[in-house]
Design a binder for this molecule. Structure first.
Ligand code: NDP
Length: 306
């Protein structure tokens, strides 16, 4: 049986490590603070934001949620972000994506002052990542590196293949792996013979948003497989097909009306990989944990601790 890389356990470890750091900052009268900006009312975004606020609460991080209406203009949202930049009680600002169509997302993300960029996606911080300089890193990619580090999976000298080239996952995780001395290939929708490229990977990271597309013939036997995908399947037939009529999964579907599936085939990965992140319970829990890490690190810089 392959090793299951347990994201919930790592999330709990990270939170335990952060707690004394938060307490030390609070004792100095400078508790960390995070603002979460949620525009409009998308149910999915509301769940993400609620989980982020809860994580702050659990750790003793001050949080403020700002909820402008979905009709807000770019100029109005820029003014909101500039106000948050000025607030001394905030170390991190997170603008929940996606933003409504009328808002210029790039301008909003660029308006967040880089020192408070808790999501690690400001162009200045992306530049620091490229240059190998310290700074907040994008949360999901940073979480993936934590998984590899904490499970002592060797990266230096290994072949890493990243499927997906988004600004928030694919590109930054490829750079982080490169800085750890992996030989990295980035794949995307125009890659020719994706399966053959993936089969070269000692470490396969998949972030494409295509349910269970990475089947056994994409996976080199003994590879480490990191599945970032989160796809909600709401067709019973599709659940039956992917899970080969597993009675447990069908019962779970019947209870909840949907099942969460990664981009990697959940049964094939067990047969081929030496280690893998399950969905759910793999990469997912680490994204919020790393948001907390970025917020606490920003607060420590402000307080002159590091
Ligand atoms: P994007 O949609 O921004 O990017 C998807 C990438 O996959 C693109 O680069 C695209 O290529 C590539 N791709 C799509 N189809 C194919 C294909 N058939 N063959 C090869 N490449 C393909 O997605 P994100 O990076 O934002 O997210 C990816 C997945 O990860 C989603 O399921 C998302 O829900 C999940 N996610 C999970 C997080 C977590 O906390 N666990 C956090 C963030 C995302 P191209 O560029 O050519 O279009």
């Amino acid at each position: 049986m392959p090793l299951i890389l347990d994201g919930n356990r790592i999330r709990d470890d990270i939170k335990s490590e952060l707690k004394p750091r938060v307490e030390a900052l609070a004792a100095q009268g400078a508790p960390p603070g995070l603002a979460v900006v949620l525009v409009g009312n998308s149910p999915a975004s509301e769940i993400y934001v609620r989980n982020k606020i809860k994580a702050c609460h659990d750790l003793g991080i001050y949080s403020d949620s700002i909820t402008p209406p979905g009709t807000i203009s770019t100029e109005e949202l820029l003014a909101t972000v500039r106000d948050l930049n000025q607030r001394p009680d905030l170390d991190g600002i997170l603008v929940q994506l996606p933003l409504p169509r009328q808002v210029d997302t790039k301008r909003i993300l660029e308006a967040v002052t880089p020192a408070k960029d808790a999501d690690g996606i400001h162009p200045c911080n992306v530049g620091r990542l490229v240059a190998g300089l310290p700074g907040p890193r994008a949360c999901t990619p940073a979480g993936i590196l934590e998984v590899l580090r904490r499970y002592q999976i060797p990266v230096a000298g290994k072949r890493a293949v990243v499927v997906g080239r988004s600004d928030i996952v694919g590109k930054p995780v490829a750079l982080l792996l490169l800085h750890e001395h992996a030989t990295v290939t980035i794949c995307h929708s125009r890659t020719t013979d994706l399966a053959a490229v993936c089969r070269e990977a000692d470490i396969l990271v998949v972030a494409m948003g295509k349910a269970a597309m990475i089947t056994g013939d994409f996976i080199r036997p003994g590879a480490t497989v990191i599945d970032v995908g989160m796809n909600r399947i709401d067709s019973r037939d599709e659940v039956a097909r992917i899970f080969r009529n597993s009675p447990e999964k069908l019962a779970s579907f019947d209870r909840r009306g949907s099942v969460l599936v990664g981009d990697v085939h959940p049964l094939d990965v067990v047969e081929k990989a030496a280690a893998y992140t399950p969905v759910p319970g793999g990469v997912g829990p680490l994204t919020i944990a790393m948001l907390m890490v970025n917020t606490v690190a920003a607060a420590e810089r402000r307080a002159g601790v590091c």
